[in-house]
Design a protein around this ligand. Structure first.
Ligand code: AMP
Ligand code: ZN
Length: 283
């Protein structure tokens, strides 16, 4: 079997092992324009009958523009229905503007943190409105190993317990998320994408250079030079303790935001808190 076939086979095995999706499900793939999510869209569309794509346009200059063009091209070639949601349409401003206003107000969050909160909010809301059974993301093995280490280094076991190939919740407005590339390394994902000649941007988002994830990624990458199985080991050991971790935090379920009605741990969700802070600028 060739390389591309072997990756497809591993993804299908992952889907089966963790019961990520079946032929009856409507699967919405969250596509950023990067290699991982484009690979997920391709593989899910190849093997499942009901697959659509969703992209969030954060308006990060040429980076977002090029991603959007690539995704449109890819979806039209494969005949996949594409949904586009933009920060500007939903929130009335771009990510850069939101970050600068928050900074003025003394909330110096990095743009990855803000973008992550707003993207997750829009992805869930849109996926639910489209009546999707699952939202598939491009997270790969190395992303997961980084997330596990980040939560361990922060000592946040509750967040750690939420990781895994499939995230579900007791609240009905939460669309379960699945990670079909859970056991595919970043380097393998890149090789798959290059072999297939998909139109993607290989460089990271220009806003992400200073993030906490970046430093954990570098740490893990340098450690992997002497121990190439490091990410694999981190994820495999996490899978062994995941059930008991989840049992510990099972009572701390999500509720709903009193302002927008979306799933939230707090009285007001983080997106509403951000948007209220932005709007209060002009008062
Ligand atoms: P990131 O947190 O940027 O590493 O992205 C993780 C996953 O979230 C990606 O693999 C995509 O599935 C999804 N994602 C990230 N950015 C976007 C976007 N702009 N639109 C839709 N999905 C996205
Ligand atoms: Zn809210």
């Amino acid at each position: 079997m060739n390389f591309v076939g072997s990756i497809e086979k591993r993804v299908l095995k992952t889907i089966k092992r963790f019961q990520l999706a079946s032929d009856e499900d409507k699967i919405l793939c969250a596509v950023s324009g990067g290699k991982d999510s484009t690979n997920v869209l391709y593989i899910m569309d190849k093997f499942f009958p009901n697959v659509e794509a969703l992209t969030i346009d954060a308006r990060i200059g040429n980076y977002s523009k090029e991603n959007l063009e690539n995704i449109k091209l890819f979806c039209s070639k494969l005949g996949i229905r594409l949904h586009i949601v933009s920060f500007a349409d939903e929130f009335g401003c771009s990510l850069c503007y939101i970050q600068s206003v928050l900074k003025e107000k003394g909330l110096d969050l990095n743009s990855c943190a803000i973008c992550g909160v707003l993207k997750r909010y829009l992805l869930n809301k849109k996926a639910r409105n489209l009546k999707s059974d699952f939202l598939a993301t491009g997270h790969n093995l190395d992303d997961e190993a980084q997330s596990i280490l980040m939560n361990l280094l922060r000592g946040n076991l509750e967040m750690l317990s939420k990781l895994g190939p499939k995230s579900t919740s007791s609240v009905s407005k939460f669309v379960p998320r699945i990670k079909p590339l859970y056991l595919v390394k970043e380097s393998e994902s890149e090789m798959f994408c290059r072999s297939m000649g998909f139109p993607v941007q290989y460089q990271r988002c220009p806003c992400s250079v200073d993030s906490y994830r970046g430093s954990v990624r570098n740490l893990l990458a340098s450690y992997q030079k002497t121990n190439p199985a490091a990410s694999w080991n981190v994820v495999q050991k996490f899978l062994k303790i995941r059930k008991s971790l989840q049992a510990n935090f099972s009572t701390q379920n999500l509720g709903y935001c009193r302002d927008c009605g979306e799933p939230s741990k707090n009285i007001s969700c983080r997106t509403c808190t951000i948007i209220k802070t932005i709007k209060s600028k002009s008062l």
